[in-house]
Design a protein around this ligand. Structure first.
Ligand code: ATR
Length: 272
């Protein structure tokens, strides 16, 4: 029987997940379908129930349902508990098991694809929303030397530090308090989606090995332009993270890890 998977979100017009999972399935000759389910904003739980009742085996979750997916789950893995949001669910005997692979995908992209080590590095995250929360645990586990979270609303960054502080060196600040360089600088704000710039002082990029915008398909965002002008050695957008988190999901659902390189290559848009 054909195995059923899906992505839930609203809106879903731009999702790349069906393309990515379709390509993964072809690598193994797997018989599966991967649907897009644009649930009503107040109808996520009912849509999930219908999918599970119809035999669905697993699903991804995107905006605006990631927090609801975590709440709905019968069992949640650590990354989900810590960040309160899930982007991937497995159905086992009708039970929902929630994971969050954003951070693992990001770490994998940086270490395996881009080739930058995380151990001992000074890392700056600009932004303290769901994207940062989702990414942090695997960074601490990968041995980042120091993590700084800068945010417009400093209290949101402080909240994350309180939650994760016991697990490593992590502190919060406002953009104006940044007064030195970092090895890796992330933009995990939603600013690139609207084309807005960020008040990151250029000194943050001094000696930077990598500036990484978690947004995908937005070209050279104001963040990446600032990073380039301020001396960052390498620029990246979120395509690798997107494909790597999908590969983690595929492997978790189906027990085989697909080859991500050809998919990343096909989806890469040069940063002009
Ligand atoms: P997501 O789940 O995508 O992370 P979110 O939880 O709404 O979305 O968080 C958005 C993040 O982008 C926040 O850190 C937000 O800063 P505030 O907490 O101060 O609102 C940040 N952000 C969005 N637009 C921004 C802008 N123009 N300048 C600076 N920060 C911005």
């Amino acid at each position: 029987m054909t195995d059923r998977y899906a992505v839930f979100g609203n809106p879903l017009s731009h999702t790349k997940s069906p393309f990515i999972h379709g390509a993964f399935a072809r690598q193994f000759g797997d018989d599966l379908i991967y649907e897009t389910i644009e649930a009503p904003v107040d109808g996520f739980a009912a849509a999930v129930r219908a999918f599970v009742d119809a035999g669905g085996k697993g699903f991804n979750v995107t905006v605006p349902f990631k927090v609801e997916a975590a709440d709905l789950a019968d069992e949640a893995h650590e990354a989900v508990v810590l960040c309160g949001a899930s982007n991937c669910v497995k159905v086992e005997d009708g039970r929902l098991i929630a994971e969050n692979f954003d951070g693992v995908g990001l770490v994998r992209d940086i270490v395996s694809n881009i080739g930058v080590e995380i151990k001992g590095r000074r890392v700056l995250f600009a932004g303290a929303g769901g994207a940062t929360r989702g990414a942090l645990v695997p960074f601490l586990e990968a041995g980042a030397g120091e993590i700084v979270i800068a945010n417009r609303t400093v209290s949101k960054a402080e909240e994350i530090c309180e939650l994760l502080g016991p697990r490593g060196s992590i502190r919060a600040c406002g953009y104006d308090a940044i007064n030195g360089g970092f090895d890796i600088v992330f933009n995990s704000t939603s600013a690139s989606l609207t084309g807005a710039g960020l008040p990151i002082p250029p000194v943050a990029f001094q000696g930077a090995l990598l500036a990484y915008d978690l947004a995908y398909g937005k070209g050279k965002t104001p963040f990446l332009t600032l990073a380039e002008q301020s001396g960052a050695a390498r620029l990246a957008d979120g395509v690798g993270m997107l494909v790597e988190q999908a590969a983690e999901a595929f492997a978790w659902w189906r027990g085989r890890r697909p080859n991500t390189a050809p998919i990343i290559k096909a989806m890469t848009i040069p940063l002009k």
